[in-house]
Design a protein around this ligand. Structure first.
Ligand code: NCD
Ligand code: ZN
Length: 370
């Protein structure tokens, strides 16, 4: 048995699923993602959603201008599919390098998805075009049928929609986002170079008891909702397996505290501040730290056909105390004041101690690191 390492240097990672929001929330949360991740797939579920090339360009500009000085970060934009999105718009945005992918939200499946797709047949021309272009389809894989138990909605989506969709569009590149079940792991595992899944840190840490531990805990409510322990175990196994179809996507989804802690609390967990450290804790518990770099920094770019990053992130095994709430941009900047208390998003792992912390980040290639 070899001694566990106390220091780990990884190629700089990317986040293949993040919600950066807009306005003051964007200002507050963007630095956390941009500090660690070199690129991120930015979700388009703004209000109104990002459905045009112009809207994506304008959003990308707002992200770039909210970046802290010296940040090395590339936002990769996505289009929000609606029933009537013109395939020509997608093609134009994809060919211009504005849209990296398109996101399919079944209508009303999650936060800001009311304008999503009501029926997959309606968007057949869009899916045919994406297949022809090699443009990835990113899927929120849950049915919205109120007769289906919320804990079964992902598994039913795979059977009812994903399997037929992949049969019909066999050349379409698909990412099943933020998977939460053993059924999703089984379906994606080893199936095709055209099929992958992202896995969040919170679905690796939590089972559904977390939402009810000592009371009703909106901090642990997200969609797809966290599932039974058997599913969490299947996700941990998949993430640490070294299988290239499973890669990092945080689904960091900040909401103002007042939105989470209300009679009808919003779905979404904000984990961007210490996402990499959170994954490292899981990989260490699995004795799989040697698989972390591939999961975080290699499998995603390979699937998307993008170059690997050249910088590095160094983690050390020194306990990290996580604050309860994000009160301002991180690292704090001189010109941004703290968010008002009821607007500050609750942090995943807030108040806990994580075993690994980031001690160095370099956006250029480093040589000679032990
Ligand atoms: C996301 C959000 O808040 O935008 N919420 C969530 O629970 N994950 C939307 C989503 O990804 O489903
Ligand atoms: Zn999401």
């Amino acid at each position: 048995m070899t001694e566990a390492p106390s220091r780990l240097t990884l190629r700089r990672p990317d986040d293949w699923h993040v919600h950066l929001r807009d306005g003051a929330m964007l200002q507050a949360v963007l630095p956390a993602t941009a500090r660690v991740f070199a690129r991120a797939i930015v979700m388009p579920n703004l209000k109104p959603p990002v459905t045009t090339v112009e809207a994506a360009l304008a959003y990308r500009e707002r992200i770039l201008s909210a970046l802290p000085d010296g940040a090395q970060f590339t936002p990769l934009m996505t289009a929000y599919l609606t029933d009537d999105l013109d395939p020509a718009v997608l093609e134009k945005g994809f060919r211009a390098g504005v849209f990296t992918a398109a996101k399919l939200y079944p209508a009303n499946a999650t936060t800001n998805s009311a304008a999503g797709v009501t029926n997959l047949d309606t968007i057949a021309p869009v899916l045919e075009r994406m297949e022809a272009l090699g443009m990835p389809l990113l899927i929120h894989g849950e049915v919205t049928d109120s007769a289906i138990d919320i804990f079964d909605r992902e598994a039913v989506f795979i059977e009812r929609h994903l399997i037929p969709l992949r049969e019909r569009y066999s050349g379409l590149k698909v990412v099943l986002e933020h998977i939460t079940t053993a059924q999703a792991v089984d379906y994606v595992s080893g199936r095709s170079p055209l099929l992958a899944a992202t896995i969040t840190p919170h679905h690796l840490h939590l089972n559904r008891n977390a939402m009810f531990a000592g009371g009703l805990r909106s901090d642990f409510y997200c969609l797809p909702v966290v599932k039974r322990e058997t599913h969490r175990r299947a996700l941990v196994k998949a993430a640490t397996s070294g299988e290239p179809c499973f890669f990092l996507g945080t689904d960091s989804a900040p909401h103002p505290r007042a939105g989470k802690e209300s009679a009808c609390g919003c779905a979404g967990i904000f984990n961007a501040l210490h996402a990499l450290e959170s994954y490292a804790a899981v990989f260490e518990r699995e004795e799989a730290l040697h698989q972390l770099e591939a999961f975080a920094s290699e499998f995603g770019p390979r699937f998307y056909g993008l170059p690997l990053n050249s910088g590095t992130v160094t983690l050390e095994r020194t306990p990290l105390d996580v604050p309860a709430r994000l009160v301002g941009p991180f690292p704090p900047s001189a010109d941004e004041g703290p968010l008002p208390d009821d607007q500050a998003p609750v942090l995943f792992h807030g108040g806990d101690t994580l075993p690994w912390r980031i001690t160095a980040i370099s956006s250029v290639a480093q040589t000679g690191i032990a």
